[in-house]
Design a protein around this ligand. Structure first.
Ligand SMILES: [Cu+2]
Length: 68
C-alpha cells in the first residue's frame, strides 16, 4: 500500500527529517520519502492508517492537509 500525504509547515531539511522520522516510526510503515519542494510525503507499508499518520506528523509539529 502506498499513500501520498500533503504536509504543511515544512521550511527546511530539518523539517523533512522530522517528518520522515515521525512517519517511519509508525508501525507498518516500511518507507517514507518526504519532499520539501512539493510539500509531500510518499509513505509505503502494509496497512497505513490515515489517523495514525496525521497524529504522528502533528506530534512532530507539522500538519497533514490531504491524503491521497
Ligand atoms: Cu525546518
Amino acid at each position: 500500500m502506498k499513500k501520498t500525504l500533503s504536509v504543511e509547515g515544512m521550511t527546511c531539511n530539518h523539517c523533512v527529517m522530522h517528518v520522515t522520522k515521525a512517519l517511519k516510526g509508525i508501525s507498518g510503515v516500511t518507507s517514507a520519502v518526504v519532499d520539501l519542494a512539493s510539500k509531500s510525503a510518499v509513505v509505503e507499508g502494509g496497512a497505513l492508517d490515515d489517523a495514525a499518520m496525521k497524529a504522528a506528523v502533528a506530534d512532530a509539529g507539522y500538519e497533514v492537509v490531504a491524503i491521497a
